[in-house]
Design a protein around this ligand. Structure first.
Ligand code: NAG
Ligand code: NAG
Ligand code: NAG
Ligand code: NAG
Ligand code: NAG
Ligand code: NAG
Length: 296
């Protein structure tokens, strides 16, 4: 099965690379979707879900740091967390059976997070971040969230691209066409750190149900699982509902498609970057990422 793994790794690299490439190619105004500012309840704390395979020590440290600075943070795990720890009630899990009720059979952590969110109707806005997102100091990520406290965009993403001649090469576009999600609505977004609104979560639930009934109509072999790929589904359902979506200010962010090395991080720090993805190692340069003492 090792070749599956290698193939998977290549797929992931290609995805990141392609989205990265398109971002450079098409960073003109047409690429930025419309958004509007309006007032939002100031007392609203930020809610964050870290999407993690397992509740590793590093993940728990990030969780702890976020909670410590007043963020309502959770970890959605891809495996039953009680297998690993009894540490906290902020560890979430959604059973494969709950996913199957929506026809979600790939059993991925992104799907678990959304199925959980479907029921959390009191949450208006939620930041989602993959477990390999980190920062120099937890205050930097909070500062970043703060920028958007009064912003009502339904999706805040690192990048959003339209399907057009220049982006046809993106590997996750579905190959089978469905009337319920017409091609001219297709979008792709880069969501390793992203914020979604209740409206977008509801749109997601609506279309996941629709896709399930399409799936039942067609033979399973004909169904194109790219429809469920989060980078496709999230912005596309938002587009279907005419929601507002925005590429956030990523000037303090270093997001790459390969794991950042210590050298990459050092260079980025010199350029004023404070938020990083993906960091897979315990970086001495980011030693204060989960420290809860000061604001350096
Ligand atoms: C968590 O608590 C349960 C019940 O007290 C116990 O059976 C289990 O072994 C604990 N798990 C871990 C990882 O400590
Ligand atoms: C859930 O699904 C995944 C992937 O199909 C599988 O590896 C895992 O064992 C399942 N979990 C349970 C508790 O059945
Ligand atoms: C969401 O709520 C429905 C209805 O109460 C329930 O059947 C379902 O199991 C819940 N899903 C999750 C993931 O908790
Ligand atoms: C699904 O497969 C069955 C048997 O292979 C076939 O009879 C049926 O026509 C197929 N349905 C569709 C929608 O292609
Ligand atoms: C979105 O906007 C289009 C064009 O204005 C309109 O036809 C469509 O009904 C809207 N869709 C929704 C779900 O509001
Ligand atoms: C971590 O924080 C300590 C205490 O403020 C500071 O002296 C040190 O330079 C910081 N280390 C890094 C790598 O930022």
């Amino acid at each position: 099965m090792w070749y599956h793994y290698i193939f998977g790794v290549i797929l992931i690299f290609t995805t990141y690379f392609v989205l990265y490439y398109f971002q450079v190619q098409s960073s003109s105004a047409t690429n930025v979707l419309i958004y509007s500012f309006s007032k939002k309840d100031q007392s609203h704390r930020h809610t964050v879900i870290i999407l993690a395979k397992t509740p590793s020590v590093r993940v728990l440290k990030h969780l702890n740091a976020l909670v410590h600075v007043g963020v309502d943070a959770f970890v959605m795990c891809d495996e039953q967390p009680s297998k690993y720890t009894n540490v906290t009630n902020r560890l979430l899990y959604v059973h494969n059976e709950s996913l199957a009720e929506y026809g979600l059979t790939r059993n991925l952590v992104w799907d678990r997070a959304f199925v959980w969110l479907y029921n959390q109707t009191s949450l208006d806005y939620v930041w989602l971040m993959e477990e390999d997102v980190t920062w120099t100091n937890v205050h930097h990520i909070v500062d970043f969230f703060d920028i958007y406290t009064n912003n009502h965009a339904d999706l805040l993403s690192r990048n959003i691209i339209y399907r057009n001649q220049g982006t046809l090469g993106w590997m996750w576009w579905p190959k089978v066409f469905l009337k319920i999600l017409p091609e001219d609505k297709w979008l792709a977004s880069l969501n390793m750190i992203s914020r979604v609104s209740r409206r977008l979560i509801n749109a997601h639930q609506y279309y996941v149900r629709k896709l399930f009934s399409e799936q039942k109509k067609l033979n399973l072999t004909q169904f194109d699982n790219n429809y469920y790929h989060q980078e496709f589904l999230i912005p596309t359902v938002g587009h279907m509902f005419n929601l507002t979506m925005l590429i956030y200010d990523h000037s303090k962010m270093d997001v790459f498609f390969l794991a950042l090395t210590e050298n990459d991080i050092r260079e980025s720090l010199a350029f004023g970057k404070r938020i990083f993805h993906p960091v897979k190692h315990d970086s001495p340069l980011l030693i204060n990422a989960t420290s809860i003492r000061n604001r350096n």
